[in-house]
Design a protein around this ligand. Sequence first.
Ligand SMILES: O=C(O)c1cc(C(=O)O)c2c(n1)C(=O)C(=O)c1cc(C(=O)O)[nH]c1-2
Length: 227
Amino acid sequence: MPAWDRAEFEAQLRARGAGYHIHHPFNTRMNSGLLGPEQIRGWVANRFYYQVNIPRKDAAILANCPDRATRRLWVRRILDHDGGEDNEGGIEAWLRLGAAVGLAADDLWSHRHVIPGVRFAVDAYVNFARQVPWQEAVCSSLTEMFAPRIHKDRLANWPLHYGWIDADGLQYFRSRIALAERDVEHGLRVTLDHFTTRAQQERALEILQFKLDILWAMLDAIDRAYP
Ligand SMILES: O=C(O)c1cc(C(=O)O)c2c(n1)C(=O)C(=O)c1cc(C(=O)O)[nH]c1-2
């Protein structure tokens, strides 16, 4: 099989968006205003486990990457979540989302609401990044290609459907749009440069599918735990 050219390879990656968790029934119900406060709280508390593990995942990629130029760009992702000098960071913003839906900081930090399926899925993502070549872990972050749409949907629909949630709590979603676009630009460049034979390109699609499955499995578990 001949390799795809860059444009076709990128199109193949983007086509996997059909399996993004934006299409999961739980997300569809969330976006249509059909969830109650307990279900929203369950989602926010469980997703916090993802949020706090993203910078650990990114640190694993840094640890495996011998290329200084890549590390310079990648290290920003850790500070995006953990915060830095004049940036509170995404984890702090997620805590404010928690407060807006009625969850105390300790409800989130204690992980007492985290259900097994979410824990296993998130841990699988971090372990993957620890164990594979760094370019493969970079490729697995490319679900972020599809994330700006999901954040924009929440910003548009939550204020309409969930008047009980203080709109200040939605800042996390607002902040992620530009960051996701920046991250994808870099992640896509690494992926298009690294996976060059057709077999490698097929491997990249499998990796992206693995990550899509992690996000999907999280919502399957959440959907079942908060019927
Ligand atoms: O709300 C979402 O649906 C969603 C999805 C994803 C994703 O596609 O992995 C990320 C985020 N949010 C997000 O906020 C985020 O910071 C993030 C980092 C990453 C990653 O894989 O490195 N994905 C995502």
